[in-house]
Design a binder for this molecule. Structure first.
Ligand code: ADP
Length: 299
């Protein structure tokens, strides 16, 4: 190859490398200064390539910024909407409780069964609404990285007892017996409300997917680790779904039979991990599931 052609190839390669870094030293003047019209064309082409690349990069940056704004707006909406929803629900709960007390304490006659039952149903539905709104608030907190762990000295066993007692009626209604195999106290520095929340999710699931069979809750401590578990004999989870169900919106049960958002286990995992622990499941389809949580007692 003649030496001036070789030099041209070298110059073109140098400019391509330069364009690759987002810069270009070719200008209209430098093109006009070239003697050969063929060479002028090559450099004009390179300059156009550079300008096209710059333009598409700017578009990409602008699109990314738009996308970020949209996600931010969605997260803000979720946060504001869930907090706004909580206010009327709290008022509604207080009104129902007041009405219930009035009926039972202040009416001279016995409260008709039908009325009492309706009030119970209303209260349960409001509780469900409150639980759904709490889920939305949790999602909003987690996605914006606002999960805070607040530890205090507490007995895990007492904490579990309170949750198990709270679920007594729900379990009864579903036909499942709920037994807490109570060991001696397990003291530690625990985030009481987060553990309550995780346990609440697990027991609610055991009742929902438990087919009315017995449910057992247990706890133990191994060195500096506290462990608790919820075991049911319900529909179980096939091996291929067992990791997936801890992800956001993931569900394994048929939605025709079991309603749900697929958020409870994801939230539980996020909370457990924020406390420095782990959550896992052992399960067999149609035989039942055991969800186990391990958290450090110190902290
Ligand atoms: P949801 O129950 O609202 O769908 P979760 O995140 O709590 O959301 O659970 C995700 C999925 O895991 C459920 O849809 C269900 O398929 C499965 N699952 C959870 N707990 C159990 C359980 N105790 N037995 C069987 N399947 C379960």
């Amino acid at each position: 190859m003649p030496s001036d052609e070789l030099r041209l190839v070298e110059r073109v390669l140098e400019h391509i490398a330069e364009i690759g870094t987002g810069k270009c030293s070719i200008t209209d003047d430098s093109i006009a200064a070239e003697a050969d019209p063929g060479v002028q064309q090559i450099f004009a082409g390179l300059l156009m390539l550079h300008e096209d690349l710059q333009y598409s990069q700017q578009r990409q940056t602008a699109l990314l910024e738009e996308l970020r704004d949209a996600v931010r707006a969605r997260d803000e909406f979720l946060s504001v909407a869930s907090h706004e929803l909580r206010t009327p629900i709290t008022t509604l709960t207080l009104q129902i409780d007041g009405l219930s007390r009035m009926l039972h304490d202040q009416l001279p006659i016995a409260v008709p069964d039908k009325m009492s039952r309706r009030l119970d149903v209303t209260r349960r539905q409001v509780d469900r609404l409150a639980a759904l709104v709490s889920t939305l608030i949790d999602v909003s907190r987690i996605t914006s990285g606002r999960v805070q762990v607040a530890r205090q000295l507490a007995d895990l066993v007492e904490l579990i007892r309170v949750v198990a007692e709270r679920f007594g009626e729900d379990a009864l209604r579903s036909g499942s017996s709920l037994r807490f195999e109570r060991p001696g106290p397990i003291w530690g520095n625990f985030d009481v409300s987060r553990i309550d929340q995780v346990l609440t999710n697990l027991v609610a699931n055991a009742i929902r997917y438990g087919r009315g069979r017995p449910i057992v809750v247990g706890a133990t401590s191994v060195g500096q680790t506290a462990r608790f578990w919820v075991q049911d004999q319900g529909i179980g989870i096939a091996p291929e779904h067992q990791a997936r169900i801890f992800q956001r919106y993931e569900r394994a049960a048929p939605s025709t039979n079991y309603a749900g958002l697929g958020l409870g286990l994801w939230i539980s995992r996020q909370l457990v991990e924020a406390m420095g622990g782990t959550i896992g499941v052992r399960s067999e389809a149609a035989a039942g599931s055991t969800f186990t949580v391990e958290i450090p007692r110190g902290g």
